[in-house]
Ligand binder design. Structure first.
Ligand code: SF4
Length: 119
């Protein structure tokens, strides 16, 4: 059983149910289609810990704890939701730098990072 996690943007989670990510996971569509032949478990569905005026107390420490927990529970792949990319003034999307650092940390722990869930 392959353990998967989804990481999304705390700001976006304010007005997002996560249903698009969950539907894609449940139906093995979009970025989850690669698991078609495998048994999968959604072992975690977490937010980052925020930034700027929208953040959790002790956000860096809290985020690190969550990431280390993913390692402990044996998550093999973390999918970064589309909301972890933000549009610039020209309408082009760029990955949030906090998420880029987070992805690097996860990869250092031996976890595969996949960019995308359902779009
Ligand atoms: S750090 Fe990035 S992903 Fe997290 S809330 Fe801020 S903009 Fe969203």
């Amino acid at each position: 059983m392959k353990k998967i996690a989804v990481l999304r943007c705390l700001r976006t989670s304010n007005n997002c149910t996560g249903s698009g990510c969950l539907k894609a996971f449940n139906n093995k569509t979009n970025a989850f289609a690669v698991y078609e032949a495998e048994e999968t478990e959604l072992a975690a569905f977490l937010n980052c810990s925020g930034c700027g005026d929208v953040q959790m107390p002790n956000n860096e420490e809290g985020l690190r704890k969550k990431l280390d927990r993913l390692v402990t529970i044996g998550v093999e792949a973390v999918h970064l939701s589309g909301c972890t990319k933000k549009k610039d003034a020209q309408g082009e999307k760029h990955e949030c730098p906090v998420i880029t650092k987070t992805a690097e940390y996860l990869e250092q722990q031996g976890i595969t990072v996949v960019r995308g869930t359902h779009h």
